[in-house]
Design a protein around this ligand. Structure first.
Ligand SMILES: NC(=O)C1=CN([C@@H]2O[C@H](COP(=O)(O)OP(=O)(O)OC[C@H]3O[C@@H](n4cnc5c(N)ncnc54)[C@H](OP(=O)(O)O)[C@@H]3O)[C@@H](O)[C@H]2O)C=CC1
Ligand SMILES: O=C(CO)COP(=O)(O)O
Length: 332
């Protein structure tokens, strides 16, 4: 058992807080909004972000006070929308106990710097790599909130940290595999969201399994090539955090990225799809970062580049598909 604080009581933060509480930990949720803090403390609910859970565990409380949130904590979990993570975490700099481990659950690339969340978290908190881990996998929050069986990968450059985090977060319904490939696990989680936008768009436009499979296959090749160029291990992309999460996210209307894409495919503008999105669709800002990373590492990113044209210029689903599968692409 450990003292664990979750920064960000969004849909995933709250569902994950429940996992941690079910695993026997003392869980504190930190949220900015007083109504979320009050609802967790008094009603044991998060009606704003995770109304599907009628009663959150008794061993989960909440606070809006940064100092109190992280005092005497063993593990800090970060689940803040990626584009706001740096700014939010800088407010915690200097407050975190020396021995505490920080675990990122976020799946995005910072648009202003094209950095992964491991880089952002360590920079913002001035945290050494041996106190950092990331957790990623096919983890649609509503399914986990309902305690359906699921699994994720925890990666850290220090094996003991990955093992310790795995022990703290494992429950009957939530299984953990460990890895030392932080870059790979980060790249898998962030990049699959761009693929989910494209698959969602094709579904929204009325296309079926064949079209989805061709986009997913191209997406796997693209995210593996870019990840490897960034320093990841290729095998990570063929595991739970890679193809596993790609299947879950590209196959479910519970995914905000898939749904965002589907709404574009049905004819909504980016602004309209943003307004109706039920939480953050990380793939939207991450798409431009993926294109920029492709240029940086000399890796072609036809899928992300076509999705960027959808987002910036409003090209159609058929144009997007035409650009992904332009002439000259080889199969291996
Ligand atoms: N939902 C899912 O199924 C999964 C999500 N993830 C990843 O987890 C991360 C969070 O997702 P999720 O919880 O679902 O998203 P939500 O949209 O439900 O919540 C976003 C969270 O970010 C917080 N936030 C936004 N802006 C700020 C800010 N300026 N300062 C502090 N906090 C801020 C929100 O706080 P507030 O409520 O106060 O606005 C909220 O806690 C994302 O990177 C996502 O990709 C990973 C696996 C599964
Ligand atoms: O990452 C996820 C599932 O693993 C959640 O996907 P969305 O952020 O698209 O909802």
């Amino acid at each position: 058992m450990a003292n664990v604080t979750v920064l960000g009581a969004g849909a995933w933060g709250t569902a994950f807080g429940q996992v941690l509480a079910d695993a026997g930990n003392k869980v504190t949720m930190w949220a900015i909004e007083p109504e979320i803090v009050d609802a967790i403390n008094t009603l044991h609910q998060n009606p704003v972000r995770l109304p599907i859970v009628e009663k959150l565990p008794e061993n989960m409380t909440a606070t809006g006070d940064r100092r109190k949130a992280v005092a005497e904590v063993d593990v800090i979990i970060v689940t803040i929308a990626a584009q706001f993570a740096r700014q939010a975490l800088e407010e915690f700099k200097g407050l975190i106990p020396d021995q505490a481990v920080v675990v990122s659950l976020m799946k995005g690339i910072e648009r202003s710097t094209d950095k992964r969340m491991d880089q952002v978290v360590m920079e913002a908190l001035d945290l050494p790599a041996d106190r950092f881990a990331c957790l990623s996998g096919p983890n649609l929050s509503k399914e986990i909130a309902l305690k359906q069986p699921a699994a994720a990968v925890v990666a850290s450059s220090k094996e003991e940290v990955a093992t310790r985090v795995a022990a703290i977060v494992s429950t009957e319904y939530f299984k953990i595999l460990t890895s030392n490939d932080v870059i790979g696990v980060e790249m898998c989680g962030s990049l699959k969201n761009v693929v989910a936008l494209a698959v969602g768009m094709s579904r929204g436009a009325g296309y079926g399994e064949n079209t989805a499979a061709m986009i997913e296959t191209r997406g796997m090749a693209e995210l593996t090539a870019l990840g490897v160029a960034a320093g990841a291990k290729a095998q990570t992309f063929f595991g739970l955090a890679g193809v596993g999460d790609l299947i879950a996210t590209c196959g479910s209307p519970l995914s905000r990225n898939y749904t965002f894409g589907a709404n574009l495919g049905k004819g909504m503008s980016v602004d309209e799809a943003t307004k109706v999105s039920n939480g953050v669709a990380e793939g939207v800002p991450t798409t431009a970062a993926v294109v920029a990373l492709g240029k940086k590492y000399g890796v072609e990113t036809p899928l992300a580049s076509a999705m960027l044209r959808v987002l910036n210029e409003g090209i159609s689903c058929d144009q997007m598909l035409g650009e992904i599968f332009a002439e000259g692409i080889v199969a291996e």
